[in-house]
Design a protein around this ligand. Sequence first.
Ligand code: ARG
Length: 587
Amino acid sequence: MLILKKKTAKIIADLIAGNFPGCTLTEDEVFGMLEYPPDAKMGDLALPCFRLSKTLHRSPMDIAKILADGIRIDEFSSVDVAGGYLNFRIDGTAFAHRVVGDVLEKGDKYGSPMNGEGKTVVLDYSSPNVAKPFHIGHLGTTVIGHSLKLLHEFAGYKCVGINYLGDWGTQFGKLIVAYKLWGDKEKVEKGGVDELVALYVRINNEIKAEEDASVAGLPEEEKAHNKKSALGDAARAEFAKLEHNDPENIELWKWFVSVSLEEYQKTYKLLGISFDSYKGESFYTDKMPAQVQKLRDMGILEIDDGASIVNLDKYNMPVCLILKRDGTTLYPTRDIAAAVYRQQTYKFDKAIYVTSAAQSLHFAQWFKVVELMGYDWFDKLVHVPYGTVSINGAKLATRTGNVILLKDLFAEAISRVYDITKEKHPDPAECQSIAEKVGVGAIIFYYLSNNRMRDINFMMEDALSFDGNTGPYAQYTYARTCSVLEKAGASYEMTDAPLAQPEFELAKVLSRFPERIEDAIEQYEPSLVTRYILDLCAAYNGFYHDCKILTCEDEKLKSSRIALTAATSRVLKTALTLICMQTPEKI
Ligand code: ARG
């Protein structure tokens, strides 16, 4: 469709230049005006002439008539004027022939905009905080981030996926104290990150209890400033020791990080995700001072109540904190140092950061600081935010331990799918493998069917349903195409057998894939791919119900229909893979 749309836009732009002296519209402008009519009865492509009316000083109806007279494109069977619209009808058979041929020829490259060659994109995503739970709030960064990586790779970019582990910070002081007091080596070895989180939760609760007790008798307004906790002090002391390379603490820290990473890997494996770099926050410890010094030398750093800050008043943002009063660095400090390192190391053309929208201000602030520092690549930094997630209405609270872990969410989905499919697949290993692909896929698909900024309330029942617009339904449709192709066996091709509406509808959806991919990359919006998959499934299933494929008596028509199935199968596989979904051939 893209090709035809572009061709149409060019011809219309030329017609405007020829028929309306003094008025020019670029091909791109016309392209932007072309629409797909919501109802196929009206046509396959339309140009509303209302907006043109202002520029061209004629009525929409007149404009439509003048343009209609001038247009000659073979693939259109008719060009009509209706109201202020110019409606184009496509010759379905010729169109399907071209589109399916294109899909089958390009194979797994079909749909790629191929505009990333020679360019590098660095993507910072997932990035959980060690010793804190890897919870459903991380689902967004993990799957949006990975899907964006796959989309960019598909477009030909060289991609570097970075897991910027939260492996540094005061939480390690707390964890060290907790471990020294209550920890048990064997328990941590066995329980992994859960055991670390339990220790972390316990010390947070006890610190809070000590603080509350320390201000028990005081009036409300005095409480905040007078809180004291011996455990809290101990945690700060242990972190300071860690920062000064105390061997025992360094040893413990390394162990905590590796135990956590091992656990995260299990979730990544289920999702089919791997990273090119795990350089976390700790890696930048020795890279911050140079950036702080640069800020100081440039006179950008101000001292405010003992802390070092960058004032961003002029840009309508609160100050960006660079150093605390005690001279320790902060989250923005590390991000600035990391960006500089990544630019030097990868010479990126784009650096994408995927985090919850709660961090939008943080990114806007330090992006601005990078600009003020004179780094000319500041405009290559992109923050991709997303909304909140809750499950069946349950809220998230990181410090109290009342959270839904990502691995538990997946385990639940997998076990439910296992129960549904075990009758059909008596071999437990096979059933488990399908349950993993379908269960995990269901969650990804459900999550990625929403615009990323939307707040989502996750409903497990809905996600796992085989009838709705779900992952299982999409995977099932893909498996259906595989089964048709397996039975068809012999070779097939598009023939000149005349095609009817369901086949044409399917070809139209197939033809839109490249546009959707371009949009998804441009808007950093994997949900456009998810919704495309649903359109394609609906078109294929409509075709499947209305048209005989394997039992079709006309051999030429049968061949075309198998070719349409093959093209659908190809595009579905590409599209599902781009949103981190597996594509089992049998369910
Ligand atoms: N570890 C952080 C968190 O879980 C996310 C890190 C995002 N990336 C970054 N470069 N700041 O909130």
